[in-house]
Design a protein around this ligand. Structure first.
Ligand code: TXA
Ligand code: MG
Length: 322
């Protein structure tokens, strides 16, 4: 892959007028940032190695880190996966329960998928997004779209169009503004294999919701899902765990769940009412604002790991690990 330094003028369009342009760009194997219900994605034709290579280049993402392929519905699966009748039954049940929505499945790939998409692995990650803008683009284009989160590699995922501009402005031709993302946290990644359902990345669909489909294990795999890299989703400033021994100071930015002690330079509260889903949807925006704020370092309060709290803590641990 050639590493050209792109210096494009990035156009930001509202959904109503932008969908047609997005489809036109994608047809020419150009890449476009689109909203999903989880985070913004950087989309390209999943069957085009050129489009997929451009995604890696714009994100400065290592080629060893595979992409998720987005489908309009489960009827598109046979274009991208090659699965046994037994696995098909399970996938149909999962699709019925969770698609469109924030569940990604790792399934044996079909030969049509370029190696770049899967980083040479024998599985391909697939999901059916729920966001109407993304769905409209898929429908008009009639092609599966590879789309990682629209941030530079290792950084905080974007949950608003302005975040994408900050991350990838001048590297991509078009961003479609679909407002703030509903979940604010990336999809759950599930790998059905050897009679178990292995959650490789916790997300909005939680283990309890999957337990009626089989034995759920939550052990992430190093090397299998590079999103499980120890350090990821990181702000530029140093981020540490908050505990009561840390004295508030104007030089420290505080990320708290429901309420925070006074005296920090900037404070972000994820959910004043203590709602974990609201906290998830505010997490990346709050981290981004703290990173931009006039403080030197950041602290974050650990939260309860029930429900989606597990996925929030997963992301925070990686953000702290830098
Ligand atoms: O919610 C989401 O999933 C968002 C939106 C845009 O759909 N996408 C997203 O993509 O989070 P990305 O590329 O930022 O994260 C996908 C994760 C990566 O950690 C990647 O390593 C893992 O999925 N992955 C993709 N294909 C895989 C495969 N075949 N085997 C193991 N892990 C895979
Ligand atoms: Mg990502």
């Amino acid at each position: 892959m050639k590493h050209q330094l792109k210096n494009l003028k990035t156009i930001l369009l509202p959904a109503e007028s932008g969908i047609k342009s997005a489809v036109d760009f994608l047809k020419q194997n150009e890449i476009v940032a689109l909203p999903t219900e989880t985070v913004y994605g950087l989309a390209g034709n999943a069957f085009s190695s050129i489009a997929v290579a451009s995604i890696f280049e714009a994100k400065q993402r290592p080629l060893s880190d595979p992409l998720i392929v987005h489908l309009l519905d489960a009827s598109w699966l046979n274009r991208v996966v090659s699965i046994t009748p037994e696995l098909t039954k399970l996938v149909e049940r999962l699709a019925e329960a969770f698609w469109p929505g924030p569940l990604t499945l790792l399934l044996p790939r079909a030969p049509a998928i370029p190696d770049l998409v899967t980083a040479g692995l024998e599985t391909v990650a697939v999901r059916v997004p729920a966001h109407p803008v993304f769905r409209k683009v898929l429908e008009e284009l009639d092609l599966p779209l590879a789309a990682p989160s629209a941030n530079r590699f290792g950084r905080i995922s974007p949950t608003r169009a302005a975040d994408v501009k900050q991350e990838l402005g001048e590297k991509i031709p078009l961003i479609i503004d679909g407002g703030s993302c509903h979940h604010g946290l990336e999809s759950s990644i599930l790998w059905p294999h050897d009679g178990i359902l292995q959650i490789l990345r916790p997300g909005p669909i939680i283990a309890e919701q999957l337990s009626s489909f089989g034995t759920v294990v939550t052990k992430s795999m190093h090397g299998k899902a590079p999103g499980s890299l120890k350090s990821h989703y990181a702000p530029r400033k140093k981020l540490s765990w908050y505990d009561a021994s840390i004295l508030p100071s104007k030089e420290i930015g505080m990320l708290a769940f429901q309420k925070a002690p006074r005296g920090f330079g900037v404070t972000e509260i994820l959910s004043p009412s203590g709602d974990l889903k609201e906290a998830a949807s505010n997490l990346y925006g709050a981290l981004r604002r703290l990173d931009e704020s006039n403080t030197i370092s950041l602290v974050v309060e650990p939260i309860s790991e029930e429900g989606i709290g597990h996925a929030i803590m997963d992301r925070l641990r990686r953000a702290v690990a830098r």
